[in-house]
Write a protein that binds this ligand. Structure first.
Ligand code: F0G
Length: 408
């Protein structure tokens, strides 16, 4: 679909040929914008009905030329689980969990990466790069492999889960470990990209990635058969995903497919919650956390790059931000696994933990239609489960020892 790029700060427009990720006038982030009439004309519900669920089902609403070859691994179309047992425990009648861990590389990043890497190929870029807490690097390296382009990932040494690092290694990315946090890795990547135009940046500051990720909202609408949830709860790290989901719902509203918007609720880990802090104290600027701390390594981020977009999403949707402790995250990871059979990584469980907290506080009502987004598969970070949950029982194989082990 034809599009332009608009600065979220000074609203200057740039042509789609511009490869900068930030406004050339004021330095703020860019977003993809479409002509709203064309967007409306592009949608043909009978065509959507005939297609299987996937990111590319909504191709008409994505900033990619129809003739471009799509770099796809079969992303999107993740299950919206009816989670009655978890809902009952929390005191909610209408709780659904959207499990993004079902994506090809095990996280929601694939929605953005299929569009981002397709865009890279479209503009003839052969080297893609990102900073990552793990999942972005796993996804980037897989899609780069599929597209046959070089991938470079910069990660904070010793701070990403082994499952994710193994994915990037397996897919043949050039992996550079730096000292510091994700925020330092992102700064490094931004500096590199500025000095080497052959590198195409695929962090979520890239507006094309956000476009892929917005399809999560379209899918929720599709899976609810045209209904709108009251509340969508999302884990927040670098703050791209909550911004993207909000953009997706706004598209649906602009097209006329929905007549109201859900409220967006963002959850951060307590030790890495600059956005939540800004929201709760009513500040319009965010004060970064210099030393973010949490066991949820995917969202261990002190200075979320998309903080302005995310705060806008939360404020304009009449939503809120909340924080959860590491213990609450682990407890929710266990509950989801044991009540609903869904194994998610700690960052993903933060949305569940935040939901529980907000229901307990009375901020979410019993009959609200709630969608809790869980973002990454539990196998990404098995060590945390092994370290934190019950240990297996060691037993000898004679009947007496076995019976004791079965009935301690
Ligand atoms: N959940 C998981 C599993 C993640 O990997 C991330 C971010 C988030 C939630 C937060 O999403 O950044 O859009 O607010 N992971 C990034 C990475 C930072 O590098 O993989 P966000």
């Amino acid at each position: 679909m034809d599009h332009e790029l608009e600065c979220i700060g000074c609203h200057v427009h740039f042509p789609a040929t511009e490869t900068a990720y930030a406004c050339l006038t004021c330095g703020e982030l860019l977003e993809v914008v479409y002509n709203s009439d064309k967007l409306r004309e592009a949608v043909d519900l009978s065509i959507w009905k005939s297609k299987t669920p996937s990111v590319w089902k909504y191709e008409e609403l994505l900033p990619i030329k129809p003739a471009s070859v799509k770099v796809t691994l079969g992303e999107g179309g993740t299950t919206l689980h009816k989670t009655a047992r978890l809902g009952k425990l929390f005191g909610l009648n209408k709780l659904n969990v959207k499990n993004e861990g079902e994506n090809p590389t095990g996280s929601f990043k694939d929605r953005g990466m299929t569009v981002g890497v397709t865009r890279a190929v479209e503009i003839n870029s052969h080297r893609v790069i990102c900073a990552s807490t793990g999942n972005t690097s796993a996804s980037l390296s897989a899609y780069a492999a599929k597209a046959s382009v070089e991938s470079i990932v910069i990660i904070p040494r010793g701070k990403i889960a082994l499952g994710k690092l193994s994915q990037a290694i397996a897919h043949g990315a050039r992996i550079i470990e730096i000292e510091g946090y994700f925020d330092d890795a992102l700064r490094t990547v931004l500096d590199l990209v500025k000095s080497d135009p052959s590198l195409y940046l695929l962090n979520s500051v890239n507006p094309y990635r956000i476009e892929g990720q917005k399809t999560l909202a379209y899918e929720i609408w599709d899976q609810l058969e045209g209904d709108v949830p009251d509340t969508v709860v999302v884990p927040v790290g670098n703050a791209g995903n909550i911004s993207a989901i909000w953009k997706g719902f706004q598209d649906l509203y602009m097209i006329g497919l929905i007549s109201r918007l859900p409220r967006m609720i963002g959850i951060q880990a307590q030790g890495a919650s600059p956005l939540s802090e800004a929201f709760k104290t009513g500040q319009s600027e965010m004060t970064p956390f210099q030393h973010p701390q949490t066991i949820a390594t995917a969202i261990k981020i002190g200075a979320p790059a998309s903080w302005k977009k995310a705060l806008t999403a939360v404020k304009n949707s009449k939503g809120m931000m909340e924080t959860v402790t590491d213990d609450e995250i682990l407890e929710s990871q266990k509950l989801l696994a044991r009540l609903e059979g869904l194994f998610v990584e700690p960052a993903s469980a933060s949305s569940v933990a935040g939901l529980k907290k907000l229901v307990d506080l009375g901020s979410i009502g019993v009959d609200e239609k709630v969608i809790c987004v869980v973002t990454g598969h539990g196998l990404k970070d098995p060590d945390i489960v092994y370290r934190s949950f019950e240990k297996p029982t060691v037993a000898k194989t004679d009947m007496q020892s076995l019976k004791l082990a079965l009935n301690p």
